[in-house]
Design a protein around this ligand. Structure first.
Ligand SMILES: *[C@@H]1O[C@H](CO)[C@@H](O)[C@H](O)[C@H]1NC(C)=O
Ligand SMILES: *[C@@H]1O[C@H](CO)[C@@H](O)[C@H](O)[C@H]1NC(C)=O
Length: 351
């Protein structure tokens, strides 16, 4: 072989090597197939196989009991989620994310979700799989106090999707703290940057929907740009939590507890009558925009800093003070007797 022939052969071999390498890397099933096969085996072991869903939906006791007996004990740990999401293409294919039915009606009605979690990312993944659609947005707030593996697994899961993200500012959440409310607010602010979505729903990581995304879209459309936020006023509003000033007392290790200072709280600003609701609700985009940007909402949020469980007061109060004329909120004055019974205004919060 002459000099030129050898050179040509070298060029051909180099190009071939590069091609094979590119193909190899872009084809997920061949890349480390032993690992992938293990993931398939593990994933199948988490599933309840060979049950008859129709018979279960028809309420057949024997099939329900049979299915119950097959439910795996516990859920996969955070390390498993981390391993399975290391190869996103393989993960999405295996877990069925690329085969989700997504009607045109759903595609034209994107929803933003806040998911607050502190443990068990595998359970959050099961929830995500139930509500995941490419046009929706999902903000994951992982508690600042959660151990590292939870943060790592949640980040790895989020990184497998363009429309799932970790909140830009993480709060250290203690039960009944202002930080619990702030975690939702931080996700809401992040969501507002995203275009198109019509409604925002906040849920905890341990929730599971009883309706499909398509059904949720139809219900939200019927709500015609109004919120669904529950509300109780008067004695039911648990006044002890709002009459006194509460504050966080920080320990040496960064944790804190909430104590009642015994001092009386000031009146809420802007003539707001406090209404107690749930930490969870269904909010129109315009209402979220108001909560994040409007000065009245910001003033009221500051006032909420010194009450207990402000997540059960902030949006319900903004929703049930018609004089503020907030988009999506209650418009009429409403008789107080009617407002007292939260169920009267409670449509979808627990869909
Ligand atoms: C929906 O809201 C608009 C604007 O507030 C109103 O004009 C319309 O009547 C509402 N539609 C229904 C079906 O309630
Ligand atoms: C932090 O300190 C508090 C008391 O100040 C204690 O109750 C708690 O268990 C500690 N937490 C950790 C993670 O060490």
């Amino acid at each position: 072989m002459d000099y030129r022939g050898a050179f040509l052969l070298m060029v051909v071999l180099t190009v071939m090597t590069l091609c094979i390498k590119t193909l190899y890397l872009s084809y997920p099933w061949t890349e480390n197939s032993e690992v992938n096969e293990m993931h398939v085996r593990e994933f199948n072991s988490f599933k309840v196989q060979n049950i008859n869903c129709k018979r279960i939906l028809d309420g057949e006791k024997t099939e329900i009991l049979r299915a119950k007996s097959m439910v795996p004990k516990g859920i996969p740990d955070d390390e498993t989620v981390l391993r399975h999401t290391a190869n996103c293409v393989h993960f999405r294919t295996l877990y069925g994310y690329d085969n989700i039915i997504n009607t045109v009606e759903e595609q034209q009605f994107p929803i933003a979700f806040n998911i607050l979690l502190y443990k068990d990312v595998a359970q959050v993944e099961i929830l995500l799989r139930a509500i995941y659609r490419p046009q929706n947005y999902y903000c994951l707030h992982v508690d600042g106090f959660s151990p590292d593996p939870v943060h790592k697994a949640a980040k790895s899961l989020a990184d497998c999707f363009d429309n799932v993200f970790i909140v830009s500012k993480t709060e250290n959440v203690v039960y009944e703290s202002f930080q619990r409310l702030k975690a939702d607010i931080n996700c809401m602010a992040d969501h507002l940057v995203k275009p198109d979505w019509k409604y925002l729903i906040n849920i905890p990581g341990q929730e599971y929907p009883l309706k499909t995304n398509a059904e949720i879209v139809q219900i939200l459309k019927m709500m015609n740009n109004t919120n669904d936020i529950s509300c109780t006023r008067g004695v039911g509003a648990v006044l002890g939590r709002i009459l006194f000033k509460f504050m966080n007392v920080y320990g040496e290790n960064g944790t804190y507890s909430i104590v009642n200072t015994g001092a009386m709280n000031t009146k809420p600003p802007h003539g707001i009558v406090v209404a107690k609701g749930s930490a969870y609700g269904v909010f129109t985009r315009q209402f979220v925009k108001y909560m994040i940007n409007n000065q009245i909402a910001k003033d009221f949020l500051e006032w909420c800093r010194t009450i207990l469980s402000p997540d059960e007061y902030y949006w319900s109060s903004l929703n049930y003070n018609p004089h503020l004329q907030i988009p999506g909120a209650i418009k009429g004055k409403g008789k107080d007797e009617r407002i007292k019974g939260s169920h009267l205004f409670h449509i979808l919060s627990k869909y």
